[in-house]
Design a protein around this ligand. Structure first.
Ligand SMILES: [Fe+2]
Length: 297
């Protein structure tokens, strides 16, 4: 009886702790005061494309673009694809997500000769994310995965199911398709308006530090079909998304999908993510823009 009482008391305390920690005033004004001040001191300047992406993120929680639209004339796609091709031969399952073959280590080094690192830490990208969050974000990791088609009769598992990412109050990811993605390739799928500014924010909330994995039938009962965005797209498609909103993906039935993911959160992140920053990496020596330097600090 005493033990049960202790367990209940512990659970109540923990719930209260996360409730306070994730309340907007504590999360935004206290835990993220440094990133917020830096943003206020040096707010990023955005071009028309970046402004449109930020506006879409605010409205829907998701915005799509492409390498060509965001980086016109830079021709980034061939370099990114060429870097991936030899790694793809060696790719294997490295996590519980058995449907994903990882091209990078789960705790990859922050290697600036890797074009995916340069892409993830591009100033334009960080300017978009900081403008959306109204604070300077933290870079939390990057992956490059092949999604392999599931066997007939398989049911969605893990992140193939609807869920909200749990690592921070707001997590933002940038996805890049390296192959054409159709409905048979496990496209990224999102409930528009399930982000922190949207009408579905309180639907199936996370129970920090855990995420939320509501049953598909419950989700379809509570949301309008027109709010489900299935992100099919050509190779070179970029998706910015607040993944604290409801999303799923990677349930391929016919074709492989090669996709990179860049992960951003804030200083208030609750659990460490996969990233090994080299001990001798001195961001100051690299003369990185302030928003990039902060993302790595
Ligand atoms: Fe996720």
């Amino acid at each position: 009886m005493v033990r049960l009482y202790k367990i209940i008391r512990f659970l109540i305390k923990r719930k209260f702790f996360y409730f306070v920690r994730n309340s907007w005033p504590v999360w935004f004004f206290i835990l993220n005061r440094e990133g917020r001040r830096k943003y206020k001191k040096a707010p990023p300047s955005l071009g028309a494309v970046e402004k449109r992406i930020v506006a879409d993120l605010k409205t829907y929680g998701i915005a799509t673009s492409s390498l060509e639209e965001l980086f016109p004339g830079k021709n980034l796609f061939p370099e990114l694809l060429e870097y991936a091709i030899p790694l793809k031969e060696e790719a294997r399952v490295k996590s519980k997500k058995v449907f994903l073959k990882n091209l990078f280590d789960l705790r990859p080094l922050l290697d600036f000769s890797n074009p995916y690192v340069k892409f993830a830490l591009n100033e334009k990208v960080l300017n978009i994310i900081s403008s959306y969050l109204k604070l300077y974000p933290k870079f939390r990791g990057y992956t490059l995965n092949v999604t392999t088609p599931m066997e007939t009769g398989s049911v969605p598992i893990d992140s193939q199911r609807w869920h909200r990412d749990p690592e921070d109050k707001i997590v933002v990811k940038m996805f890049l398709y390296l192959t054409d993605v159709d409905r048979g390739s496990g496209p990224f799928t999102y409930v528009k308006g399930s982000h922190h500014l949207g009408k579905y924010w309180n639907l199936f909330p996370t129970a920090p530090p855990a995420g939320s994995y509501p049953p598909a039938e419950e989700v379809s009962k509570k949301i309008e079909v027109s709010d489900v965005l299935v992100c099919t797209g050509k190779a070179g498609t970029i998706i910015f998304c607040e993944t604290s909103g409801l999303h799923k993906g990677g349930f391929a039935t016919e074709n492989e999908r090669l996709m990179s993911t860049s992960i951003y959160a804030t200083k208030a992140v609750m659990s460490p993510m996969a990233l090994t920053i080299l001990d001798d990496l001195d961001a100051k020596k690299l003369k990185l823009p302030a928003v990039v330097e902060y993302a790595l600090s």
